[in-house]
Design a protein around this ligand. Structure first.
Ligand SMILES: NC(=O)c1ccc[n+]([C@@H]2O[C@H](COP(=O)([O-])OP(=O)(O)OC[C@H]3O[C@@H](n4cnc5c(N)ncnc54)[C@H](OP(=O)(O)O)[C@@H]3O)[C@@H](O)[C@H]2O)c1
Length: 164
């Protein structure tokens, strides 16, 4: 059975996106994201997939949750699921860490099943229309907290592990 990990960057007011895009450009965080997920299974929602460059997905095993048949690309590393139930059945057969990479709907859907949350905290209040779902930090143990190099905005890399 897959170990589910959420990976996201969130602002101080829990924003993750605005009008389909990230509200910031943090090169170190993009590198961190790729280092964590390259070669791995990632689960992505239709909106996030449509709004990102195909290049991002080249080095990953991509599982898209979407009803959009146009996303059935003839590329070997991409599979589309139109049912969360069928996707979860598929995950039951995978024995490795699988990263849920957004967006808002997908984080909400998979938070109850997550063992780990890799959270880049961006120390800024930003406007946005997509948010990370609330999770009670008392029920999770923060096992990593590393300050990022950038200053404007400042950010830190965190890992939360579910306190079962
Ligand atoms: N800060 C971060 O780390 C981060 C990471 C990723 C994304 N984001 C941001 O998040 C925002 C997008 O979030 P979002 O909530 O709009 O979109 P999303 O979660 O990426 O995708 C939602 C889509 O997933 C599909 N879907 C969801 N539940 C489904 C189900 N049960 N069965 C079948 N399909 C299902 C549908 O796709 P179809 O409409 O195709 O059927 C739905 O429209 C953007 O602003 C993006 O920049 C931020």
């Amino acid at each position: 059975m897959a170990e589910i990990s959420l990976i996201a960057a969130i602002s101080s007011n829990w924003v993750i996106g605005n009008k389909g895009k990230l509200p910031w450009h943090i090169e170190e965080d993009l590198k961190y994201f790729h280092n964590k997920t390259n070669g791995k299974y990632v689960i992505v929602g239709g909106n996030t997939f449509r709004n990102t460059s195909r290049k991002i997905w080249e080095d990953k095993k991509v599982l898209i949750l979407s009803n959009d048949k146009k996303l059935d690309l003839p590329v070997f590393n991409i599979q589309r699921f139109d049912s969360a139930y069928v996707l979860r059945e598929y995950l039951n057969k995978i024995n490795e860490e699988v990263f849920v990479v957004g967006g808002e709907q997908l984080y909400k859907l998979f938070l109850p099943y997550a063992k780990n949350i890799y959270l880049t905290t961006v120390f800024a209040v930003v406007e946005g229309d997509a948010r990370f779902p609330f999770f009670d930090t008392r029920k999770w143990i923060r096992s990593m907290n590393i300050q990022g190099q950038g200053k404007n905005p400042k950010y830190s890399f965190n890992k939360f592990v579910r306190n079962a």
